[in-house]
Design a protein around this ligand. Structure first.
Ligand code: PRP
Ligand code: URA
Length: 209
């Protein structure tokens, strides 16, 4: 079974607290999405394997570490995942980026895929799927199924806020995918929104609605 890691770092909790406030501005909200994504990524990359390499400092030859093995790829789920990807690229500037376009049908809450573009060597990479909200889990599960259908195996999922219902659903559908969560909330409401949550992440990032 996969790992579910809920962040307990004070900086993450503080920043997500600001994001929840309904009067937080679009600009501040957008900046916080990037910052919290970067902090969660720091934890999600903790187990990446390292290898020794020989270098020369200005003074001597030395053995230092570099990240070994597979290279990385960030896959934001559009729209809201895009700003998480921007934050993570500050930490891992050489990562490639794939995109999956997905929206929830507001009545059925079923995910609808409208776009998928991945690096040609994505199957050889360690993949970080990012989306601020894990609500029913439908969008994340469908995005990960799409990646697996293209031969991608090593997948991690990062979100800012999750509902218990979404975590359970994603674990059942993809028991091999580790889930990194900024804050685990109480439940979903009747419209499939996370409570207490932060509202519609895409609308708050882009000022739509
Ligand atoms: C939001 C969010 C997730 C999805 C989560 O996207 O960014 O992708 O809902 O809900 P789920 O877990 O129940 O599938 P939305 O459908 O609002 O699209 P948008 O990012 O384009 O606004
Ligand atoms: N999508 C969001 O943006 N927010 C929620 O609370 C649920 C789904």
């Amino acid at each position: 079974m996969s790992k579910v890691i809920v962040m307990d770092h004070p900086l993450i909790q503080h920043k997500i607290g600001i994001m929840r406030v309904k009067t937080t501005s679009t600009k501040e909200f957008r900046d916080l999405v990037s910052e919290v994504a970067m902090l969660i990524c720091y934890e999600a990359t903790r187990d990446l394997p390292l290898a020794d390499i020989e270098i020369e400092t200005p003074l001597v030859k030395a053995t230092v570490k570099e990240i070994a093995g597979k290279k990385l790829c960030i896959v934001p789920i559009l729209r809201a995942g895009l700003h998480m990807a921007d934050g993570i690229l500050n930490l891992i500037p050489n990562a490639k980026v794939g995109h999956i376009g997905m929206y929830r049908n507001e009545e059925t809450l079923e995910p609808v895929e409208y776009f998928c573009k991945l690096p040609s060597d994505a199957a050889e990479r360690e993949i970080f799927v990012v989306d601020p909200m894990l609500a029913t889990g439908g969008s994340a599960a469908a995005a990960i199924s799409q990646l697996k259908s293209r031969g991608i195996q090593r997948i991690h999922f990062l979100c800012l806020i999750a509902a218990p219902e979404g975590v359970k659903f994603l674990q059942e559908k993809h028991p091999d995918v580790d889930i990194y969560i900024g804050a685990l909330d109480e439940r979903l409401n009747e419209q499939g929104y996370i409570l207490p949550g932060l509202g519609d992440a895409g609308d708050r990032i882009y000022g739509t609605k």
